[in-house]
Design a binder for this molecule. Structure first.
Ligand SMILES: Nc1nc2c(ncn2[C@@H]2O[C@H](COP(=O)(O)OP(=O)(O)O)[C@@H](O)[C@H]2O)c(=O)[nH]1
Ligand SMILES: [Mg+2]
Length: 254
């Protein structure tokens, strides 16, 4: 049986570590899968799961700050470069973790991982050796307007572009989403398109947004989206189905 690599990505605080822990527990308890946990965040104070591989055994933001006299932002970037320098060893250690699922938690500061070389290089190598599916998280608490939604979807598009792997988009913290209209917009891409067109017709949205809506129409068809609560373990079956579907494109989930 082939192992499935799930790489959890998303802005700081979107719930990557919580989802890694709780989706992992769900895969194990309800589906009977053997789950291996990977922490790639050298800045994590705490992980809500017990890592089978922990980058902090190699590099920590705290050590780099002290040894290289850097602030937290400089140190996380330096850590990414150090990780790139050790990428062969990191990959070897990851591939040695056998099981059904490898859940890979990434740095809180997504841009440090995704926009620099480390993230794309690691995911690319993982794909060449086995497979990888990106699980991109968005914090629903931060999405309260059409503009927020467009920004969020574009961010997802950038992640997909940088990593070039199948992606599942997860709208997290659905337990605190109160806005019904936003909820409909999120779950129905054709409704989103209609609302965008109405806004454009009324002159509320700029030409830029009009062009972007074309792009997002394509994107919302190609990206798979699911609403979940990482904290309350809601929507995990739908998430599993989407992952399964995405995996069937790139591998063989049996
Ligand atoms: N209400 C709610 N809070 C959540 C959920 N998922 C994560 N959180 C909270 O959001 C904060 C950031 O979560 P964390 O997993 O550390 O985010 P990360 O930076 O992406 O790893 C923590 O306080 C979590 O308890 C959720 O589904 N619902
Ligand atoms: Mg985290």
């Amino acid at each position: 049986m082939v192992i499935t690599n799930l790489v959890f990505l998303g802005p700081a605080g979107s719930g990557k570590s919580t989802l890694t822990a709780n989706f992992g527990a769900w895969l194990n308890e309800y589906m009977g899968f053997r789950v291996r946990y990977v922490n790639l965040d050298p800045g994590a104070d705490y992980t809500p799961y017990k890592p089978d591989y922990d980058i902090r055994e190699l590099i920590t933001v705290e050590d780099v700050m002290r040894e290289e006299k850097l602030g937290p932002n400089g140190a996380i970037l330096r850590c990414m470069d150090l990780m790139l320098g050790s990428i062969d060893k990191i990959l070897r250690d990851l591939l040695n973790l056998k099981g059904d699922f490898r859940l890979i938690d990434t740095p809180g500061q997504m841009e440090a991982f995704v926009l620099r070389r480390t993230g794309p290089e690691l995911v690319n190598r993982l794909t060449r050796a086995e497979n990888a599916i990106a699980v991109f998280l968005l914090d629903l608490e931060l999405v309260s307007s059409l503009e927020d939604l467009i920004t969020a979807e574009l961010l997802g598009l950038i992640v997909q572009l940088k990593l070039m792997v199948p992606m599942v988009m997860v709208l997290n913290k659905s337990d605190i989403l109160e806005d019904q209209e936003m909820s409909e917009l999120l779950s129905d891409p054709s409704y989103l398109r209609e609302e965008l067109e109405k806004g454009i017709a009324k002159g509320l949205l700029s030409d830029v947004v009009s062009s972007l809506s074309e792009l997002l129409t394509y994107f919302s068809q190609s990206a798979r989206t699911v609403k979940i609560s990482a904290k309350n373990r809601l929507g995990f079956e739908a998430l599993y189905d989407l992952i399964h579907e995405a995996f069937c494109v790139c591998g063989d989930l049996t």
